[in-house]
Design a protein around this ligand. Structure first.
Ligand code: AMP
Ligand code: GLY
Length: 430
């Protein structure tokens, strides 16, 4: 089988790393790929916003299967266009990807199906939105409706911050994504990420994970795409997993099918585990980055069973196997991320660290002869297995100590919630 993978992040390197282990794979192309995918597959310099160019390449190369990594391509409906050209594709339809592309769409589905989520109101004008915020008071959460590269959400702890966030949205801070604003109740609890591979009708829930969104230690600083992750997440007890399956995932898959927009692909539920149980914060219609990296390290069986089962509409009989070990990944990012940062600094010592229990997944890297260069914000994902999260954490940070990259930074506390639970003896083996 000849496969074209779309994307260039750590998520895509991890997917590529798993795919090249499949006996079903003959050739893997990654567009545009990164310095890591270049070593295991063939990178292709395609403009991934140009659907016609992707399809033309796929036809010329006899591609059997296209796998879409990033949110923007999923939401833009690349999957529909690839399928219309007669090529199998992992990636939901544009209609189904509204679960990621429109927070208002997801909220309406939650209402219709009784899915637990934060109470909310939607506004397309500033004056009533401000009046609502003043009536509700702080803390309160202000969200641009559309895709805003993870930056469209303000968790406002004061009324002044909330008012400023509303005004910024309507003043165009997030472009068209902020033309409509969703204002939400502030949920208290611990977050978790849960993924379900769906074929439109059936679904398979993957092991739980937890991301670290803030840039700095102690969950301080601005929100990022994710500075590290681990799996399993002990906050997802068997009871919480079962409730999430029953109260959130199952009605979503059923509701999307009933609407005539069945969801086939990976459904990514961002959850808040509250005192009343799991509540949906948001859906994404693609793998999380860096959650995908830890899940791929834990997956023992062939990832193509899952991806092809979803794409072909038949996951029956697919039973993925997972390692018992925990996995943890630490993101190395360029100093300045998620704000402005430079590109092109050299990273030394990141090669040759891979082993049975450790993988360095590349994100924004590129190669220049023998040199490895940073090429963006999130640059490397040092991903390790361990009998415990603490062991995986030790291994990841020991590997990071070998890497010489003065222009980079990382959080030093990835996995802290799970490690604290392990130390207190309140963890369990899911
Ligand atoms: P989102 O882009 O919707 O995932 O939101 C980004 C982050 O904002 C989430 O990961 C949460 O940390 C936080 N957040 C979003 N919605 C809420 C909410 N209703 N209550 C508390 N925190 C929230
Ligand atoms: N790590 C969260 C995301 O991919 O959106």
């Amino acid at each position: 089988m000849r496969i074209l993978l779309i994307g260039s992040g750590g998520r895509e390197h991890a997917l590529a790393w798993k795919m090249v282990q499949s006996p079903r794979l003959d050739k893997l192309f990654v567009a545009p790929g990164n310095g890591g995918t270049a070593t295991i597959a063939e990178n292709v310099a395609l403009d991934i916003t140009d659907h016609a160019a992707i399809i033309a390449f796929a036809k010329a190369q006899g591609i059997d299967f296209v796998v879409i990594g990033p949110d923007a391509q999923v939401v833009a409906g690349l999957g529909d266009d690839v399928r219309a050209a007669g090529i199998d594709c992992f990636g939901p339809s544009k209609a189904a990807a509204q679960l990621e592309g429109s927070k208002g769409f997801t909220k309406a589905l939650c209402d219709e199906m009784g899915i637990p989520t934060a109470a909310y109101a939607r506004f397309s004008e500033e004056v009533p939105a401000l009046a609502y915020v003043r009536a509700q008071g702080a803390p309160i959460v202000i969200k641009a409706d559309g895709l805003a590269a993870g930056k469209g959400v303000t968790v406002a702890m004061t009324l002044a911050d909330a008012e400023a966030a509303v005004s910024d949205c309507f003043a165009g801070a997030f472009g068209a994504a902020g033309a409509e604003v969703v204002i939400e109740e502030f949920l208290v609890g611990e977050e978790a990420s849960l993924f379900a591979i769906c074929d439109g009708e059936r679904f398979i829930i993957l092991p739980s994970a937890q991301d670290h969104k803030q840039a700095f230690d102690g969950d301080k600083g601005p929100n990022t795409g994710g500075m590290g992750a681990y799996s399993p997440a002990p906050v997802m007890t068997p009871e919480m997993l079962e409730r999430t399956r029953r109260e959130i995932i199952e009605p979503t898959v059923r509701g999307m099918a009933a609407r005539g927009t069945p969801f086939a692909g990976v459904l990514f539920a961002g959850l808040m585990i509250t005192q009343d149980g799991p509540k949906l914060i948001e859906y994404n219609a693609r793998f999380g980055d860096p959650e995908c990296q830890v899940l791929m390290l834990r997956l023992k069986s062939d990832v193509l069973d899952l991806l092809l089962g979803a794409a072909k509409g038949d996951l029956s009989g697919v039973v993925p196997e997972w390692r018992d070990e925990a996995a943890l990944t630490v993101v190395l990012a360029t100093e300045g991320y998620p704000g402005s940062y430079g590109k092109g600094s050299e990273i030394k010592g990141a090669e040759g660290l891979d082993s049975d229990v450790l993988q360095v997944f590349h994100a924004a890297t590129k190669r220049d002869g023998n040199k490895l260069l940073a090429n963006g914000g999130r640059v490397l994902n040092i991903t390790a297995l361990g009998k415990t999260v603490a062991e995986a954490q030790d291994r990841a940070y020991a590997a990071i100590a070998q890497i010489d990259w003065p222009e980079g930074f990382r959080r030093r506390d990835i996995g802290w919630r799970a490690v604290a639970r392990e130390k207190a003896g309140t963890s369990y083996k899911p």
